[in-house]
Design a protein around this ligand. Structure first.
Ligand code: GRF
Length: 202
């Protein structure tokens, strides 16, 4: 049976689009039950509507009380019948209400090789640091930002002639392949968080 997911976005939603495309191509056995955006003007909402997916757009005011916002989001996700929560460029913190409703079932995508370059400017930070390899991480979210058990990582080399923009493009390309692949592994029941709090893939 298809994996029922809820996707949280804040912006362009190119990763949401990659997930939609892989589902439509029959390579990802998932169903997006709802897309929730922390911003009413996120382009990802247009992508969701075009794909016929139910959307919820939240305004800034909702986040005046972060706990209440998270409770409202958790109840939307539960109500929509989601089994997993997929953060795709979601720029707000996911707190207890969501994490408790979906223990080890909230995924995040980060544009660097965690634990390096945490935070909201990971691509530029890696570029500025002059590292020769950065990459993409998919991990389960927990109460600490950009921590939590790592599910998958891919390396991306920074070439001599890369700019921060070309690096960004390379990273996004890798993200668009990796995130749907991870979701497919989850749909196949191959991803478990062990007692050692590490992710084990069978
Ligand atoms: C991605 O680079 C992701 O790693 C980061 O935010 C970006 C989202 O892009 N968390 P998009 O909205 O999916 O296009």
């Amino acid at each position: 049976m298809a994996l029922k997911i809820g996707v949280l976005i804040s912006g362009s939603g190119s990763n949401l689009q990659a997930i939609i495309d892989e589902i439509e191509a029959g390579r990802l056995d998932a169903e997006i039950r709802v897309v929730i955006s922390s911003r009413p003007d996120a382009y990802g909402l247009v992508r969701a509507k075009e794909a016929g997916i139910q959307t919820v757009a939240l305004s800034k005011d909702v986040y005046a009380d972060a706990d209440m916002a998270n409770e409202a989001i958790a109840s939307e996700l539960v109500h929509a019948g989601c089994e997993y929560v997929v953060m795709a460029g979601y720029m707000r913190k996911v707190t207890d209400a969501i994490l408790a409703a979906f223990p080890d079932r909230v995924l995040n995508l980060h544009p660097a090789l965690l634990p390096s370059f945490k935070g909201a400017h990971a691509i530029a930070d890696a570029y500025e640091a002059g590292v020769k390899v950065t990459g993409v991480t998919v991990h389960f979210a927990n109460a600490e930002y950009d921590k939590g058990p790592i599910v998958a990582q891919r390396a991306v080399e920074i070439a001599e002639d890369d700019t921060v923009e070309t690096l960004e493009a390379k990273i996004h390309e890798v993200e668009h392949r990796l995130y749907p692949q991870v979701l497919q592994m989850i749909a196949e029941g191959r991803v478990q968080v062990g007692a050692d709090r590490k992710v084990h893939i069978s």
